[in-house]
Design a protein around this ligand. Structure first.
Ligand code: FAD
Length: 307
């Protein structure tokens, strides 16, 4: 039989022993920001009942610490929720059964290896910081979710995040070469390989991409990177109906053009943009189109073909 689940005080003391006093929170006021994801945070003001406090928040700074915490939690049957920047919107982060929220922001190492077209990063490295480091070296990690300014590499891998560039560049999964993961019982495993092509064996890393923290805690990610395209042109085409906008998008793709970005906007989106200060023409549908590349002539020609 597993030992009884410890109370908040006892849990806090056990975690402090593993990671130090400064890396554990157990006071209610400190736990509050961890009681919701980005979506629920907005609602809590109106529905204070939707407030699910964890028993403790722990901020590890190494794989060894993550392993110790998970082994302890597993033994005592305490739920653990890994957390990046907390920008997700689907409720995965809400500690409905209390337990431990594991905040990974301190594991934010970034090690560019652009000579091998890859970067090694800790789960807490932010997308923005990662790309700042890469762009200085002429490279980038393309999937760019709308939350790019805040979200973390661990959160992106765990949700297979993507953005408006998915049509050309794909989603996070397409860039994950290897992962270091700590399983629920504390075992550390390495999945995938740091090579561009690897065809042997089961692709277990892919099981973890998009697994939303349910299978283990990702403690290191190796990502493939792309040369940064210095030229980017963006335009917005407004249509009399959403169907017309959709048909045009399919026509562009059908002609073999792969825009860097192809985003369909409905009337409500256009209205929201205009209410927030833009002065776009009125319409029932629109396409946001982007072309990128190295050469002015090629980018200009692609934009011309789409227009
Ligand atoms: C304004 C806005 C725009 C957005 N736009 C997009 C978009 O365009 N495309 C898109 O895909 N998403 C989008 N999102 C959703 C969200 O931002 C992304 O899913 C993002 O990748 C989450 O990253 P995060 O660091 O905030 O992760 P969190 O929200 O902290 O966590 C997300 C999930 O991953 C798990 N997790 C986090 N770190 C780890 C780890 N190290 N190991 C194991 N599990 C872990 C968590 O438990 C949770 O289940 C948007 C959100 C907002 C608020």
């Amino acid at each position: 039989m597993s030992p009884e689940r410890p109370g908040r005080g006892e849990l806090g003391r056990a975690l402090e022993e593993m990671v130090g006093k400064d890396n554990v929170l157990t006071e209610e006021v400190d736990l509050l920001p961890y009681s919701a994801d980005h979506f629920l945070k907005g609602l809590q003001h109106y529905f204070p009942r939707f407030r699910f406090l964890p028993d403790a928040v722990v901020t590890p700074s190494s794989t060894a610490q993550v392993s110790r915490i998970l082994r302890f939690a597993s033994l005592h049957r305490i739920p653990v929720i890994p957390r990046g920047a907390g920008t997700s919107l689907a409720g995965q982060l809400i500690p409905v059964e209390g337990g431990i929220v594991m905040d990974l922001k301190k594991m934010n190492r970034i090690e560019p290896k652009v000579e091998d077209r890859m970067v090694v990063a800790g789960p807490g490295a932010t997308y923005a910081e990662l790309n700042r480091e890469l762009e200085r070296r002429g490279y980038f990690f393309p999937p760019e979710p709308g939350s790019a300014m805040a979200c973390t590499v661990g959160g992106m891998v765990s949700t297979n995040a993507s953005g408006s560039g998915a049509v050309k560049y794909g989603a996070t999964r397409n860039y994950v070469l290897s992962l270091e993961v700590v399983l629920a019982g504390g075992e550390v495993v390495r999945l995938g390989r740091r090579v561009t092509k690897s065809a042997s064996g089961y692709s277990l890393k892919d099981l973890f991409v998009g697994s939303e923290g349910t299978l283990g805690v990702i403690t290191e990610v190796t990502l493939r990177v792309e040369p940064y395209p210095p030229l980017r042109r963006t335009t917005l085409a407004v249509f009399p109906s959403l169907e017309d906008a959709f048909r045009s998008a399919m026509e562009i793709l059908g002609r073999g053009i792969t825009p860097a970005s192809l985003e369909l906007l409905d009337e409500l989106c256009l209205l929201a943009l205009n209410m927030s200060g833009f002065s776009l023409p009125e319409g029932k549908g629109a396409l946001m189109l982007r072309s990128d590349g190295r050469y002015e002539e090629a980018v200009g020609r692609e934009m011309g073909e789409m227009e």
